[in-house]
Every structure is written in C-alpha cells, then in structure tokens.
Write a protein that binds this ligand. Structure first.
Ligand code: ACO
Length: 276
C-alpha cells in the first residue's frame, strides 16, 4: 500500500526523488496564512519528518506569492474577538510550524521565495535553513503600513539574519525590496531569474541529499543551538556533539571519511563528499 500524501487542502505536497515540495496553497489570497493553514502545516511537517519519501523540504507558494503574510481576516480579525485562551491556542498553531518546528527540523529545509513575501512570512523564511528567491520577488516588513509592529516572532527572527541598521530601516519604513537586495541583506542565499528558480533550488536540494543525513541534521542543529550559548558552553557542547554524532550515525561517516582519505587515498575532503 502506498502511504497517503499529507496535506491536500491549503498545503500541497509533491514528492520528487527525495525532495518534498511543500506549497502554501491559497493563491487567491496570495498565500496569506490563516489559522486553518497553520493546523494543516503542522500535520504536514509532522508527517514528513519521518516519511522516507522526504529527504529535503522545499517550502514555497502556489501561484504568484510565497506568502502575503498573516491573513488579516482569517488570522487577526477572526481571532481578535476570541477569549484569551482560545486566541492563544490559535496563535500557538502558527508559532508551532513557523518557527518551533522549522527551526530545529530533522531534515534540511529550503525556502523558495517565488513572489510576494510580507510580514509574518519572514518567520518561516528565516527558520528554513537556506533560502533562494526569484530576483524579482517583492519583500516587505509591511506591518508599519497597516498600524502594527512586526509581532509574532518577526522582530526577533530578522535580527538573526539582518544587521540592526538594515532591520530597523525596513521595520520603520515598511519599504519594499527585491530578491537581489534580499541577498545583500543576508535574508536569502541567492536570487535567480524566475525561469531558473526551481532548477537552482532542485540543484541545491540534490547537493544536500548527497550528504550523510545524520551528520547533516547534527550539523545544522549544532550551529543553531550553539549560537545561543557563550564560548565556553559552545565549545563543550560542540565537542560532545561530535561524539554524539559519531555514536548515532548508522553510516559511520567519520570512519569512512578518515579511511578513504588517510588509508585508501581515494578522496580529499576539501574537494567533495566521501563515497557513501
Ligand atoms: N491577509 C488577508 N487577505 C489577503 C492578504 C493578507 N495578508 N493578502 C492578500 N489578501 C487577499 C486580498 O484581500 C484579496 O482578497 P479578495 O480577492 O477576497 O478581495 C486577494 O488576497 C488578492 O489580493 P490583492 O490585493 O487583490 O492582490 P494583488 O496581487 O493586487 O496584491 C499584495 C498582492 C501586494 C500581496 C497585496 O494583496 C497586499 O498588500 N497584501 C497584504 C500584504 C501584507 O502587508 N501582509 C501582512 C503583513 S503583516 C503580518 O503578516 C503580521
């Protein structure tokens, strides 16, 4: 029996040889993010984490938007009238996928910014490990334009990739910028013409799929957790993490790498991955 494909309503998933394309599917609303979308995304991310068809996630949007941010009607207006506990529960569903889950996800994640990217959309964008944008994609911290501050966790998230001057400039002006500018701000890795966007994202995903998945997971977690520590703690933690990685790696990657380089002289780590 074939495993059912998760999502199918406001989140579409397509598998392509190890890549799970996770697409926000509200194109008529420019992929604005509602409470319902958050609930479905939580189910999808949870299912994909242990689905062997998924080695890498690409998060993107159907149609002309990556995401026009939080749905002002179905996220804000719809929850404004709720009691405090109910409102907190609705917000919790969004927090869960947009940063708690994505930030430390067990598989590599790439955001592919295919178009409009506003406000709340910065959080999942930044919490994906890597990001590639259409060079003409339009980004904006538009909160100030409609009378709110970058809330959720947007203000916190932008500070992890953008410098204070740049972040405050866009927080305070709400000015738009394009994909090419997003590269210089540190918000995305690369910006490419629209016609090359999917191809370049696929190439990057394939590079990640070629690596030892256990070590890849540990490497990104080690980077993200150690960022929050002081030097002494980070040094102790990372040394222990190297040992833990070795211990949990079914592929025995470190042994393989050392053997192939030092004994067999069949590969050079500076030039590419060991033979798996
Ligand atoms: N929340 C709710 N509905 C939205 C959102 C949103 N964030 N973005 C777009 N929509 C809806 C529109 O209301 C419209 O709905 P309707 O067809 O039922 O009237 C539909 O999507 C299409 O929107 P248009 O504005 O007609 O599309 P257009 O292509 O002209 O413009 C753009 C796209 C620039 C993205 C525009 O829709 C826009 O400015 N959206 C809001 C962007 C924003 O500031 N988001 C909030 C960020 S702050 C935060 O996330 C906390």
């Amino acid at each position: 029996t074939t495993k059912p494909i998760p999502g199918g309503r406001e989140v579409l998933v397509e598998f392509d040889d190890g890549i799970a394309w996770v697409q926000i599917n509200r194109p008529a609303k420019r992929n604005a993010m509602s409470v319902g979308l958050a609930q479905e995304m939580n189910e999808v991310l949870d299912a994909l984490e242990t689905d062997e068809r998924c080695g890498v996630i690409v998060l993107t949007g159907v149609g002309e938007a990556f995401s026009a941010g939080m749905d002002l009607k179905d996220f804000f207006r719809a929850t404004d009238g709720l009691g405090d506990i109910e409102r907190h529960r609705a917000y919790r569903a969004t927090r869960a996928w947009q940063w708690r889950t994505l930030m430390h996800y067990a598989k590599p994640t790439i955001a592919m910014v295919n178009g409009w990217c506003f406000g709340g959309a910065f959080t999942p964008l930044i919490c994906c490990d890597l990001a590639i944008a259409d060079e003409k994609a339009v980004f904006g911290l538009s909160e100030i334009n409609w009378g709110v501050i970058p809330g959720g966790v947007v203000s916190k998230a932008i500070g992890t990739v953008m410098g204070d001057r740049q972040a405050l400039y866009y927080v305070m002006t709400g000015e738009q910028f394009d994909g090419a500018k997003a590269v210089s701000l540190g918000l995305v890795n690369e910006a490419v013409p629209k016609e090359r966007l999917r191809q370049r994202t696929t190439e990057l995903a394939r590079t990640l799929l070629g690596k030892n998945p256990t070590v890849l997971r540990q490497a990104k977690l080690a980077y993200k957790y150690s960022r929050e520590m002081n030097w002494e703690q980070a040094s102790e933690y990372l040394t222990a993490k190297v040992d833990q990685t070795n211990f949990v790696d079914p592929e025995r990657g470190k042994e393989q790498g050392l053997k192939q380089f030092l004994d067999e002289k069949t590969f050079r780590p500076g030039m590419g991955t060991y033979t798996r």
